[in-house]
Design a protein around this ligand. Structure first.
Ligand code: ATP
Ligand code: MG
Length: 194
């Protein structure tokens, strides 16, 4: 199964983002973007890709441990940007050190459970709101519109493991796009996050 570790913002923050995305969708060129849908909105911490079913029990144990060691931390949605010419995202601000730590711990949990994690770039928290259908579209107006976005701060209290069901051609809406496989409370104590 295809898995990733994530933080899911609360509904109030998703409402706020929904408001901004509604504005983005009215900008010229918006039709050239495949917009992600609100029920699937998340901040990816670690993308694991295809994981063998037999690794799952060990992965769940190690993810729980990662959550257990990490203290709750404040975050807010903030601004936006793009990766390459395609992926448009809303950014985050707040305790980015702990966000990164949680991403690293999720990555380590997967590795130790036997998941072959690819090398990747330095972690950058983001919530993908759309993907350009073609590389020719300028994402600049959308990033500009996102620039002034400041979501209300919230306390991240949970680590989630999410299953991603890639869309099957000709079978619309058969299963939810993303399914939460496990979720664990962050239980580390402030200042004891190492
Ligand atoms: P689709 O691939 O159909 O456009 P998606 O990208 O949301 O949809 P997945 O490809 O399963 O679905 O990815 C799940 C999550 O993991 C998404 O947030 C995606 O941006 C992220 N992700 C996917 N591949 C990688 C990767 N190689 N490195 C980092 N994050 C990734
Ligand atoms: Mg993808």
């Amino acid at each position: 199964m295809r898995l990733f570790a994530a933080v899911v913002p609360p509904s109030e923050q998703l409402d706020q983002l929904d408001g901004v995305v509604a504005r983005l969708r009215r900008l010229p060129g918006a039709g050239g973007i495949r917009w992600t849908s609100r029920p699937g909105w998340h901040l990816t911490l670690a993308f694991m890709g295809e994981v063998e079913e037999e690794l799952l029990p060990e992965l769940l144990v190690r993810m729980e441990r990662a959550a257990h060691r990490t203290a709750p931390f404040p975050l807010r949605l903030h601004g936006g940007g793009h990766f390459g010419r395609r992926a448009l995202w809303a950014g985050v601000a707040g305790d980015l050190d702990t966000l990164r730590l949680l991403a690293e711990r999720s990555d380590a949990a997967a590795r130790r459970a036997g998941v072959a994690m690819d090398e990747h770039r330095r972690y950058q928290g983001h919530l993908t709101v759309g993907r350009a259908r073609e590389e020719g579209l300028s994402l600049r107006p959308f990033v500009d519109e996102l620039a002034s976005f400041e979501g209300r701060r919230w306390q991240v209290t949970e680590l989630a493991l999410v299953r991603s069901n890639l869309p099957v051609r000709g079978v619309p809406g058969e299963r939810p796009r993303y399914e939460t496989v496990g979720a664990w409370p962050l239980e580390g104590r402030e200042g004891l996050s190492g």
